[in-house]
Design a protein around this ligand. Structure first.
Ligand code: NAD
Length: 263
């Protein structure tokens, strides 16, 4: 599959690390002007910027909008349009996790997860749609999760946010169905990024085992393939959702979960 994104502008939230960084670099490789976003110290942000810039031919631009801040998100989209002329591809990828039973779930963690993993996508989509509608082109990709389709214990906020973002994707798709604007969700199973590394370490400590054994057990608990999906595979999936092959695919999910949700 060859995808040519030259002339396109892509904004990827949460792209200083993990899945978002791989997607941003791949969009750059395919010719897009990329705007990256995410938290991190100066070294982390510079490393991400350099990686994305090196993958393509245009320097990546960084916007540090906090995904809990609706005004900052709107400004990020407006800045991308002013600086580069359009936002053609929008990937809502920023996300955090916290695990605890509902009765013990810290209220501030609930609020942060709903804000970062769900509400931020509403704000960025609302800001990007008017321009996409005028130009009659848009590819909106929401990074959901298998936890948008099924649940696990101790992940109330994450599961609620991920189910929510799949619903938001469907409404976005329907409201723009007659235009060249698509909105789909990508649903990964386990991906070995910093977000999951925390869960692997927690399991290793709880069960008194090393991290590699904990990673194996994590996979075995949910994912029949016993393999992690890689950030690069998810980057290719995002590119697929920007290809001509998927121009009539909207309001649906692309699930890369090693069989997790087939059970
Ligand atoms: P990660 O921790 O490597 O990356 C998360 C990114 O989000 C980072 O760039 C971080 O700086 C950014 N971020 C966090 N809080 C932010 C805030 N307030 N404002 C702006 N940016 C913020 O994690 P990842 O695994 O690459 O996760 C990316 C997405 O993929 C998330 O939405 C996550 O829920 C989803 N996902 C991950 C997995 C997995 O197994 N790793 C599985 C399914 C879905």
């Amino acid at each position: 599959m060859s995808v040519d994104l030259s002339g396109k502008v892509a904004v990827v939230t949460g792209s200083t690390s993990g899945i978002g960084l791989a997607m941003a670099a791949n969009f750059a490789r395919l010719g897009a002007q990329v705007v990256i976003n995410g938290l991190g110290d100066e070294a982390t942000i510079n490393a991400a910027k350099n990686e994305v810039s090196a993958a393509g031919s245009k320097p990546a631009h960084y916007n540090g909008a906090d995904m809990r801040d609706a005004d900052a998100i709107t400004s990020m989209i407006n800045e991308a349009e002013e600086k580069f002329g359009s936002v053609d591809i929008l990937v809502n990828n920023a996300g955090i996790q916290h695990t605890a039973r509902i009765e013990d779930f810290p209220k501030n963690r609930w609020n942060d997860i709903i804000a970062i993993n769900l509400s931020s996508a509403f704000h960025s989509i609302a800001a990007a749609l008017p321009g996409m509608q005028i130009r009659n082109y848009g590819r909106i990709i929401n990074v959901a999760s298998v936890h948008g389709q099924v649940a696990s214990v101790e992940k109330a906020a994450y599961v609620a946010a991920k189910h929510g973002i799949i619903g938001l994707s469907k409404v976005t798709a329907l409201e723009n169905a007659t235009q060249e604007i698509t909105c789909n969700s990508i649903c990964p199973g386990w991906v070995r990024t910093p977000l999951v590394e925390v869960q692997i370490k927690a399991r290793a400590e709880k069960e008194g085992i090393d991290t590699e054994e904990a990673a194996k057990r994590l996979l075995a608990s949910k994912e029949p393939s016993l393999r992690f999906t890689t950030p690069q595979q998810l980057a290719e999936a995002a590119a697929f959702l920007c290809s001509d092959a998927t121009s009539n695919m909207t309001g649906t999910t692309l699930t890369l979960d090693g069989g997790w949700t087939a059970q």
